[in-house]
Design a protein around this ligand. Structure first.
Ligand code: BYC
Ligand code: FE
Ligand code: FE
Length: 474
């Protein structure tokens, strides 16, 4: 089905045939726009931005590119095409038809997952709201806003499910998604990573590399759900998500490239000299990686989780790309996981596979994170330097699961809490690091120009040249 753009809310779910639902969503729409205007990107709301808008859900030609003002972006509801033959892919109900509506016994669990997912989307927009004021280029400014409008659409995707399938409780949840705010001490966002400030572009690229990738893996799990409307919604969200991670990977990659160039020009690895030259030293990048990667690992939940076992058993939430696994029942098998013993030793235990689903997904995420690291390391090596950026151990700095509150160094060796405190500045971004990064955040808005701390991208957006006016400032 094509997307109906004549409607107030563009959609491919035949909203016009369900007046009640349409009215409820049209009632929520102005509240959403108020939220966008108040807590969305600061500035630039009246500027024309070269944005892609989803116009179809087919494999090719799903997007349209043109200059539009952000408040005029057509946020809509798009589900991937329905497969009427689709059956449940895992768990106790394996092989039965998927659900087109929510079975009563799974209402609470599904609602909770949808609300948790939905909460992250506007949270990220709030976290990033001041970044436009310090953009390193018009190209990057446009990418920031592209990510922001699409996270806004992802909120729409979850609000549609809440309105269409959860009655009054769902409508209340949809209101609350606009009431909680990132970093609000009284009413914060649900997951802790989404309350961390993102007030510099290095943090933005780390966030889109690591945190949007958590999004990718969580969406992949939900895209396997037996609740078919949710599966289809998430499938389409994943199409947009790829660009967010591209922004992160190429953003960090361009920073590494620029730093390595200056290391070669000055023939030095000395952080001080590099900072005098206005680029980010690799040690600083490593500390930011340590911070964001460890923060994102917690988003997968506990390594032994009866919630996760329940989600799998009931068919609510699967594993990423479930069809790639051989056993979709997972009642007979166990997984080996690493746990601390008396807070002093690393040992392994076996847990039923269903209880280890969060850990299985987390490990796939870790492997995916490593791929970009390898590419950045190649840039460093090709530049003639023998320095590696590494992912810290999954035991490092955890707050959820078996490793919560066990102090380790980035290699995962257990250390005392005192030693951890003493060596904090070695592991994590220091105040000086943050102040230095902040000092670099000066807006560059001449078409084609780049801030001194980041290399130019290889190519422009959608075949446009690099000096294209991605954001029209006048
Ligand atoms: N923070 O049994 P467990 C994205 C709680 S990002 C605080 O493991 P479960 C995006 C947990 O609630 C993707 N609390 O829990 C990216 C539980 O509490 P109860 C977002 C946490 O349910 C960038 C207890 O600890 N999507 O899309 O298996 C930009 C025991 O834990 C946390 C989703 O998260 C935490 N990190 O797993 C924009 C998907 N972790 O029950 C967007 C939906 C756990 O004991 N959510 N707890 O009171 C889920 O699938 C699950 O809720 C979680 C947690 C994976 C988050
Ligand atoms: Fe999203
Ligand atoms: Fe995203």
């Amino acid at each position: 089905m094509g997307i109906d753009y004549t409607q107030k809310i563009p959609n491919n779910v035949d909203l016009a045939s369900d007046r009640r639902l349409q009215r409820a969503l049209e009632h929520w729409q102005p509240r959403y726009l108020d939220w966008w205007n108040e807590l969305g990107p600061e500035g630039f709301q009246a500027n024309d931005i070269y944005l892609r808008t989803a116009i179809n859900v087919g494999a090719d030609g799903w997007a349209h590119f043109d200059h539009v003002k952000m408040p005029d972006y057509r946020w809509g509801i798009f589900l991937a095409k329905q497969n009427t033959e689709r059956t449940i892919g895992f768990g106790d109900e394996f092989g039965k038809p998927v659900w087109q509506d929510v079975p009563g016994e799974h209402r609470a669990a599904l609602r909770r997952l949808i609300v948790t997912q939905g909460d992250t989307e506007p949270a990220s927009v709030e976290q990033q709201r001041l970044l436009g004021l310090t953009c390193p280029s018009l190209y990057d400014l446009r990418n920031l806003f592209q990510v922001n409008v699409e996270e806004g659409r992802h909120l729409w995707a979850m609000v549609y499910l809440l309105h269409a399938h959860f009655g009054r409780a769902g409508r209340e949840e949809a209101e609350e998604l606009l009431d909680r705010h990132s970093g609000d001490p009284d009413n914060p966002r649900i997951l802790s990573t989404f309350n961390e400030p993102i007030d510099d572009w290095l943090s933005f690229f780390m966030f889109t590399y690591f945190t949007d990738r958590d999004g990718k893996y969580q969406l992949k799990c939900l895209a396997e759900s037996s609740f078919d409307p949710m599966a289809r919604t998430c499938q389409f969200m994943l199409t947009e998500e790829a660009h967010h991670m591209f922004v992160g990977e190429t953003g960090i990659g361009r920073i590494v490239e620029r730093t390595v160039d200056v290391m070669n020009e000055l023939k030095t690895e000395e952080p001080e000299s590099l900072r005098s030259a206005g680029v980010m030293d690799l040690g600083l990048l490593q500390r930011y990686i340590n911070f964001w990667f460890s923060s994102c690992l917690d988003l997968f939940g506990a390594d032994q989780s009866s919630n996760a076992a329940g989600y799998f058993a009931t068919g609510i939430k699967g594993r990423p790309d479930e069809t790639r696994f051989e056993d979709h029942i997972c009642l007979e098998t166990r997984e080996v996981i690493e746990v601390p013993q008396d807070d002093t030793k690393i040992t392994t235990i076996e847990v039923p596979t269903r209880n280890a689903m969060n850990e299985i997904t987390r490990n796939l995420f870790v492997a995916d994170c490593q791929r970009g690291m390898d590419r950045w390391n190649k840039t460093i090596l090709n530049g003639g330097f023998d320095i590696l950026l590494t992912l810290p151990s999954t035991r490092f700095r955890r707050e959820i699961g078996s490793w919560a509150n066990v102090s380790t160094d980035p290699t995962g060796d257990i250390i005392s809490a005192e030693e951890f405190d003493k060596r904090q500045t070695e592991f994590m971004p220091t105040q000086e690091d943050r102040a230095y990064v902040k000092s670099l955040m000066k807006p560059v808005t001449e078409p084609g120009k780049m801030a001194g701390w980041i290399a130019a991208p290889r190519r422009g957006i959608h075949g446009q040249p690099l000096d294209f006016e991605y954001v029209k400032l006048h």
